[in-house]
Design a protein around this ligand. Structure first.
Ligand SMILES: *[C@@H]1O[C@H](CO)[C@@H](O)[C@H](O)[C@H]1NC(C)=O
Ligand SMILES: *[C@@H]1O[C@H](CO)[C@@H](O)[C@H](O)[C@H]1NC(C)=O
Ligand SMILES: *[C@@H]1O[C@H](CO)[C@@H](O)[C@H](O)[C@H]1NC(C)=O
Ligand SMILES: *[C@@H]1O[C@H](CO)[C@@H](O)[C@H](O)[C@H]1NC(C)=O
Length: 511
């Protein structure tokens, strides 16, 4: 997922953006400044690149249903980048640029059609082939089990994540993945951006499974409850995550020697003014966005403020559940793109019916910035998020699993804004490491120009352009791919270096 879609979850009346100013140190750095076991990669997700949506026994996920009903402006992932058929070529591209790791997700309904029951031999074969291809090129696979694409069958059968039954089905699915792929995959994340999934799917209702209730939904709500279901879905995600982690630890970890975690979306929240109210509002915003998942994982409970403000609408962990959830991670995945100013909105606490945002008693103010095409280059926000995680959650091991620059899908191969973004954020990351952050890896979003959730093919984040008009769907490395490759191969980069201008990519016309 990417930031602009998150925007639509949190859209409130737009206030004036405060003064975020990007500051770069202007330093030079190289791959050698990072620890040798630090890993640099890039990522995608199943629905966003695989295509082959109806092939080889795959059944629809809730994203297929959504896009076929016009949810993404008519765009679908039916073909996407056709990665299902072109994975060998894609892995070769990864090898060409010297990628050290690749993050992808498994399509649950491709591996286990309908979400439960027999495993699909073709699904198994595809992921085995992809993993083997990566390993044969020395590229480390990082695998997410769930990236928004719940099998539609499970949504239909019992309501998916709002029912406790999902914990069992998810654990069985995870078991298949560990059993079949865990001899070669050492980095597992269970759920990608559960905070975004819960808010988009159950509060705003503008992403699958599109549940919400007036007046909170950003779409016409026909079913759901924005006041309760985001908390309920998140609760079941945490229980399912913890159950999968326990299974992995008991049955696989010793033998397979891998690591497992969960991946959250994180803004850097910044107080709108220097008032005490806005400082407290910022703390609440962090507790609601990050603490929602990390407090249970680190401390065994939801943040105090969430329990106070949401009352009985946020489920409680039993003692036994709390014990299973607490400590259920080897690392935390962090997807970060940008900052967000936050103001106090305590008046919302007077509302009789509240949703997540009202419960947080905050107003995120610069949602307008999220609408803008390109993400502002503020690398210190990544440092800020990593500092926050270090100080509040005891410096857990972290993988930055998404970070990147959005541009028009059909813009030039000379994606200088993306190069500048990566150059600045990787420098910010280096600063964070030097300040003691236990970050272990960095993945750009995304390896290919993918189907962007909600945005379809209008914008993209890719290191490679995919020519959708070409029947062969030819891929073209952009300047950012060349830049990343130079960096990975040891070149000194950073503002002031001449690295940028030395590369002349082959330009094609996108007309
Ligand atoms: C919501 O429903 C109303 C009444 O049926 C309709 O007028 C309106 O256009 C709908 N809005 C959206 C965004 O679909
Ligand atoms: C949502 O659930 C709450 C708590 O059970 C209830 O008070 C409220 O009426 C429900 N809202 C809708 C729209 O069903
Ligand atoms: C507080 O939130 C309400 C409801 O979202 C909104 O109408 C109002 O403008 C917000 N007030 C401030 C000061 O942000
Ligand atoms: C890119 O797409 C936009 C919107 O569809 C269009 O206005 C623009 O002319 C296109 N640019 C190129 C270079 O094709």
């Amino acid at each position: 997922m990417s930031s602009p879609s998150f925007l639509q979850l949190l859209v409130v009346s737009l206030a004036i953006a405060g003064g975020i100013v990007g500051v770069c140190n202007g330093g030079k750095y190289s791959r050698d400044d990072f620890p040798t076991n630090f890993i640099f990669g890039s990522g995608t997700s199943a629905y966003q690149v695989e295509g082959a949506a109806m092939e080889d026994g795959r059944t629809p996920s809730i994203w297929d249903t959504f896009t076929h009903a016009g949810g993404a402006g008519g765009a679908t992932g039916d073909i996407a980048c056709d990665h299902y058929h072109k994975y060998k070529e894609d892995v070769q591209l990864m090898a060409n640029i010297g990628l050290e790791a690749y993050r992808f997700s498994i399509s649950w309904s491709r591996l286990i059609p309908n979400g439960r029951g027999p495993v699909s031999p073709k699904g198994l074969q595809f992921y085995n082939s992809l993993i083997n291809e990566l390993l044969s090129h020395g590229i480390q696979p990082h695998v997410a089990l769930f990236n928004f694409d719940l099998p539609q069958a499970l949504e239909d059968k019992y309501g998916g994540w709002i029912r406790r039954k999902i914990v069992k089905d998810f654990t069985v699915y995870a078991d298949v993945c560990f059993r079949e792929f865990g001899d070669r995959v050492q980095y597992w994340s269970t759920v990608n951006e559960p905070n975004v999934y819960a808010l988009g799917g159950y509060d705003a209702g503008d992403t699958p499974p599109q549940r919400c209730s007036p007046p909170f939904g950003k779409v016409n709500c026909t079913r759901g409850n924005s006041s309760t279901e985001p908390y309920l879905a998140a609760h079941h995600i945490l229980l399912a995550h913890a159950s999968a982690v326990r299974l992995y630890r008991e049955k696989y970890q010793e033998k397979q020697r891998g690591f497992i975690g969960l991946c959250i979306y994180a803004f850097l929240y910044i107080p709108l003014t220097d008032s005490k109210e806005d400082a407290l509002a910022t703390q609440r915003a962090n507790d609601f966005l990050i603490g929602w998942f990390l407090d249970p994982l680190v401390f065994g409970e939801y943040p105090r403020i969430m329990k106070e403000n949401a009352g009985s609408r946020i489920p409680r962990f039993t003692k036994a559940e709390s014990k299973i959830v607490k400590g259920a991670f080897d690392f935390i995945g962090v997807n970060h793109y940008m900052a967000m100013h936050v103001g106090d909105n305590s008046s919302n606490m007077a509302l009789e019916h509240r949703d997540y945002l009202a419960d947080s008693a905050t107003t995120p103010v610069d949602t307008k910035r999220l609408m803008s095409l390109e993400v502002f280059i503020t690398p210190w926000t990544l440092e800020g998020v990593l500092k926050y995680l270090k100080e509040v959650y005891g410096n857990p091991p972290i993988f930055i699993y998404e970070n990147g620059q959005r541009m028009l899908h059909n813009s030039s191969l000379e994606d200088t804004p993306r190069v500048k973004y990566m150059e600045a954020y990787i420098e910010g990351l280096l600063n964070a490491l030097r300040s003691g952050s236990d970050t272990r890896g960095y993945f750009t979003w995304s390896f290919l120009d993918a189907f962007e959730l909600l945005d379809g093919y209008k914008s993209s984040y890719g290191l490679h352009y995919v020519d959708m008009e070409d029947p062969e769907m030819k891929r073209y490395p952009k300047l950012s791919a060349h830049w990343y490759s130079d960096f990975l191969k040891g070149k000194t980069v950073g503002s002031g270096s001449k690295g940028l201008v030395s590369v002349t990519p082959k330009l094609v016309s996108f007309q």
